[in-house]
Write a new protein. Structure first.
Length: 417
């Protein structure tokens, strides 16, 4: 049985396997890949799942690949903070920047891909390696692209994808913890790796469910996964390890720390705010771009200086990404109440405008509980060629997971004019 490694040592092994020259590369390489928004759920799920699968029978190395370039890690201070609890830094993780290219590039047939927090490989990776997907664990709508006989093939609704990952890995995690009990390499001031992994598991679940307090997002999967992770964490502290890790675990304090870092975009440029949590899809010759921001439109407008200045910043992002339909979703917690807002900007010509208007007028507005934001100061009517609306969203249970598929369906078959 291979020796159990710290998360840092595991990532070093994965890096060596990924960056080895072609002549010394052991193939096929097995990857775990989160989705292209690379939010906390995707990033932590990728690391957690790759570590557990690599340390469970048949002990095949799984390389955790963060779906973003290395420079973009700086936009995710919440991820850096969580990594510290697992005794690693962002320098240790693997990103698209480390993926071999050119003459050293990976042939599709020399790879296997396990998707987490999505079930369709998108972007340039999807074009190259999409046919090499062997499984998925996801909580989005099933797009029918992962083979029916794939293992694992888990697609279920819950607040955080990490909750499904924890459930799928719970027995292997328990076995890992038992192996570690007598490990003399565990220092008295360090938490066992099984407990360090608990912090990776807890962070996205607590963030995505508002500390299990958002009744519209929290499911029994999430509650069960938090219970499993906290049991592992308590076991680590009770074993006498981790005396140098703060003396214990406080869920409220941990959640508050991570949430504050995730929500602080005051120091970011607008381009960074829009790309921090960005996903896009192509429907025919149209591109649907979606950004999620953790602050309300009122904050964003104040930051820009005016509604017009904010709209110009968003327009620059749309032009950079060549977006035909732009969706900006905001979340905020005011006076203890969770709120959502939504902006949709149809930019691809009259046909696109008509399709998006029809989506709103024929049920989307009522279904999502949309009401005009700021007396229409962010709205735009541009002779039928461009159309923008901004709303408050009463039905807060609808997030990008539901809204993006609805809009994709609305613009399906529409041609850019």
């Amino acid at each position: 049985m291979p020796p159990q490694k710290s998360l840092q040592a595991f990532l070093a092994t994965a890096r060596a396997a990924l960056t080895a020259p072609p002549s010394k590369r052991t193939t096929p390489l097995h990857f775990v890949l989160g989705n292209e928004s690379a939010d906390l759920d995707s990033l932590c799920s990728t690391l957690f799942l790759a570590y557990i699968r690599s340390h469970s029978p048949p002990h095949v190395l799984h390389i955790p690949l963060c779906y973003l370039p290395r420079d973009d890690l700086s936009l995710r201070p919440e991820f850096a903070a969580v990594l510290k609890y697992a005794a690693v830094t962002t320098d240790d993780v693997l990103t698209l920047t480390e993926l071999p290219g050119g003459d050293n590039g990976l042939k599709p047939e020399d790879t296997r891909w396990l998707l987490v927090d999505h079930n369709v490989m998108t972007g340039s990776l999807g074009q190259t390696y999409g046919s090499r997907v062997v499984g998925c664990i996801d909580h989005h709508d099933d797009e029918g692209k992962v083979p029916a006989d794939a293992k694992p093939r888990v697609i279920q609704k819950c607040g955080s994808c990490m909750s499904l990952v924890v459930e799928q890995c719970s027995e292997a995690w328990q076995a890992l913890a038992k192996r570690e009990e007598d490990d003399s390499n565990t220092g008295k001031d360090a938490l066992p790796i099984g407990s360090q992994l608990a912090y990776l598991a807890l962070a996205p679940i607590l963030i995505d469910t508002a500390n299990l307090g958002n009744k519209d997002k929290t499911t029994t999967h999430d509650e069960r996964a938090v219970g499993i992770a906290e049991t592992r964490l308590r076991a680590g502290f009770e074993s006498g390890s981790g005396s140098g890790s703060g003396g214990g675990y406080d869920r409220e304090a941990f959640f508050a720390e991570v949430a504050a870092l995730k929500e602080d975009v005051s120091y970011m440029s607008f381009r960074d705010i829009f790309r921090k949590d960005y996903k896009e899809w192509e429907e025919g010759n149209l591109k649907l771009g979606t950004s999620s921001a953790p602050r309300a439109f009122a904050f964003l407008v104040r930051k820009a200086g005016s509604e017009d200045a904010f709209a110009k910043e968003l327009e620059k992002w749309c032009e950079e990404k060549d977006i035909d339909v732009m969706v900006l979703l905001t979340t905020a917690k005011d006076d203890g109440e969770f709120r959502r807002e939504l902006l949709i900007w149809a930019r691809g010509g009259k046909g696109v405008v008509d399709a998006v208007k029809a989506f709103v007028e024929k049920g989307g507005k009522e279904k999502l509980g949309l009401d005009t934001w700021g007396e229409g100061k962010l709205d735009l009517e541009d002779g039928g060629e461009g159309w923008r609306r901004c709303w408050t969203q009463e039905r807060v249970e609808y997030s990008r997971k539901q809204i993006a598929p609805m809009l994709r369906e609305a613009i399906k078959g529409v041609k850019k004019s």
